[in-house]
Write a protein that binds this ligand. Structure first.
Ligand code: ARG
Length: 461
């Protein structure tokens, strides 16, 4: 047993069962680089306060460098008796620079303020990467939208034909939530960059080490104002998990549309061979596995958030070992998005739309009935009555097997005298789309403005 971090108080080492339960190196080793970054900053603060001589600082930093290289080369690995990444790295430091100097680095810090800081450094790094991948997905959606400025499609509510839309408008509707996710990540950064370092175990530091210098060296902002909060809170981790889950949900909603659009019955899109899969038994199959995996993994991302919140609920302050359970869920959310987003973007970028089929279906299902009502309103009919008249026209056409523009003038007049042949002028898909020129509408000039506005709002995290 290697309980060297607290050996003094203990007559025996930990039982093997405790060691097995307690060990976290199989996941927190991902924080080793950040731990060493913290150690460099901490060593400098110790030297600045007079606890390490200039020569000791030099030897300490050299030792840390040797360990850093060893980790990157894969020759330094955690040992079975190491409880966590901090424990393993202190053992390595003592082995590298000797027990006397190695034993000095722990002064004025605790694994409690360390781990609270390291999880932030890890998430900040990955937020940047995930943000970059999100920008690429938004760009792919915008590129598809600008490649199809005139294409029309049936717009749906309740999955029923509702009103004709520009395809670009529908695609951009999926880009905006992702832009807000990017903005959420940037906003989260302001809280994530507060520095817990220097809070110690719970009560704060007593050695006069400069927490501002340490925070700046780590690329963080202000030290946190309360040492208990600094070591015991994980809301910043939960907030990250929420943003990851929201990204998952936003991908999943687009994924579901792609899955539906890719069915034979819809036939709106074709998937590129490189971004779809076949069947081991049915030679004709071309399956939307990327979209299905996105839909499935969104459940996993939600689970990571729910699990983390359940861990935090009712936990007293300050640090409790339960907090170790914060890492695996967010590590998993990070890994999930970092592997999912590139595949998803590739699928979106290579989608091929069947523009003829989209155009053919756009006016079906009496999707221009609202245009009849709006036409009557423009001629002074109260909307309540216009809706009634348009509804009666739909009922008549359905019974007669006609489209809305096919009844004769006499048949229109029989439905209502205010319904005249000039209504046929608004009963085209293009006319309907062009008329929806209100803010955020599907009219071509609004959608062109929207594309420009989107491009202006997309920013890396
Ligand atoms: N490994 C712990 C964690 O992940 C950090 C160490 C704090 N442990 C402790 N016994 N005070 O949260």
């Amino acid at each position: 047993g290697g309980a060297s971090l607290w050996g003094g108080r203990f007559a025996s080492g930990p039982s093997p069962e405790l060691v097995a339960l307690s060990r976290s190196t199989h996941f927190d080793w991902a924080l080793a680089g950040y731990d060493l970054q913290g150690s460099r900053a901490h060593a400098r603060a110790l030297a600045a306060a007079g606890y390490l001589s200039p020569d000791e600082l030099t030897r300490m930093l050299e030792g840390i460098e040797v360990i850093d290289r060893g980790i990157r080369d894969g020759v330094i690995r955690p040992l079975p008796d190491d409880e966590d990444v901090h424990f393993a790295l202190e053992r390595e430091l003592v082995a590298t620079v000797g027990a006397e100097l190695g034993g000095k680095l722990r002064a004025g810090r605790s694994r409690n303020d360390q781990i609270a800081t390291l999880i932030r450094l890890y998430l900040l790094d990955h937020a940047g990467r995930i943000g970059h991948l999100l920008v690429q997905l938004v760009d792919a959606l915008a590129a598809q939208a600008s490649a199809h400025p005139d294409a029309v499609m049936p717009g749906r509510t309740h999955l029923q034909h509702a009103q004709p839309l520009l395809l670009a408008h529908q695609l951009l509707a999926h880009a905006w939530p992702l832009v807000r996710d990017l903005e959420r990540l940037r906003d989260w950064r302001a809280r994530a960059t507060e520095s817990p370092y220097g809070a110690g175990a719970v009560a704060g530091g007593a050695l006069g080490l400069d927490p501002v210098a340490i925070a700046h060296e780590l690329g963080l902002g202000h030290p946190m104002p309360n040492s208990i909060d600094a070591t015991a809170s994980r809301d910043v981790v939960a907030e990250f998990a929420y943003i990851a889950a929201q990204v998952g949900i936003d991908l999943s909603r687009l994924a579901e549309e792609i899955i539906i659009w890719n069915t034979r019955e819809f036939g709106f899109v074709r998937l590129h061979d490189g971004y779809s899969t076949g069947s081991s038994i049915m030679p004709q199959k071309k399956n939307p596995d990327i979209a299905e995996l996105a839909r499935g993994k969104s459940g996993r991302l939600i689970g990571n958030l729910a699990g983390l919140l359940a861990t935090l609920k009712g936990l007293p302050l300050g640090y409790n070992r339960d907090l170790q359970e914060d890492k695996e869920p967010v590590f998993d959310s990070v890994q999930t998005l970092e592997v999912l987003l590139p595949a998803f973007t590739g699928m979106v970028a290579t989608l091929e739309f069947d523009l003829e089929r989209l155009a053919e279906l756009a006016p079906q299902g009496f999707s221009l009935a609202t245009d009849v009502a709006d036409h009557l309103v423009r001629h002074g009919v109260p909307f309540r009555e216009a809706h009634e008249i348009s509804g009666a026209l739909v009922r008549f056409c359905e019974a007669e097997g006609l489209e809305l523009d096919e009844p004769s003038d006499a048949q229109y007049a029989a439905i209502d005298p205010r319904l005249t042949g000039d209504v046929r002028a608004v009963l085209t898909v293009r006319g309907s789309i062009a008329s929806r020129a209100g803010v955020g509408g599907t009219a071509p000039e609004r959608v062109a403005e929207q594309l420009a506005a989107l491009a202006a709002r997309v920013q890396e995290v």
